[in-house]
Ligand binder design. Sequence first.
Ligand code: GRF
Length: 205
Amino acid sequence: MIRIGAMVSGGGTNLQAVLDAVDAGKIDGKVVTVVSSKEGAYALERAAKHNIPGTVIRKKDYTNGGFEKALIDHFKAMNVDLIILAGYMTILGEEFINAFENKIMNIHPALIPSFCGEGFYGLRVHQAALEKGVKITGATVHFVSPVTDAGPIILQKAVEVMDDDTPEILQKRVMEQAEWVIYPQAVSLFAQGKLQVQGNKVRRL
Ligand code: GRF
């Protein structure tokens, strides 16, 4: 059974999807710590409802450096095997990412390499997809590398775009049809030792 740490900043619906999959016995693991980049994130309440300890670690409290070390120390102390970013809005640096190489996952609400990279977060991703007029978008789970949204891709799922979509409507459909489906699946595959990273690609064993 793997020990999972989660990093959040907001509502935490992806965290909820993983917690539900754990409860349903679909993931051979458990979430042991939830770290939020800000106080009051609803994701912390979701954690509390599952008796999972929540911790707030804010970059702005580390004006003289040490933010990433604090995160590393926390997750090492919690002995985690995997860290999932679930709507985490602070950019992480190489120190942290290299400390957990191929052990940090993220979910992005588009089919990478479309509509990704710096500045593509939240509703902006869906706004960009609608502006381009794509007919298919989706979600991507990937391992986190030092370049934003460029790490090895684990799973992707396509979602149809409708003519009258607004960014909000499209965001909701992508979450329901793709994000909440493939994030728990990716965590489950990791827990079963079925993901092998070769260079910038992931093989499913
Ligand atoms: C999701 O759209 C996810 O793809 C992105 O941030 C959003 C987080 O939503 N990385 P939530 O906090 O999981 O509800």
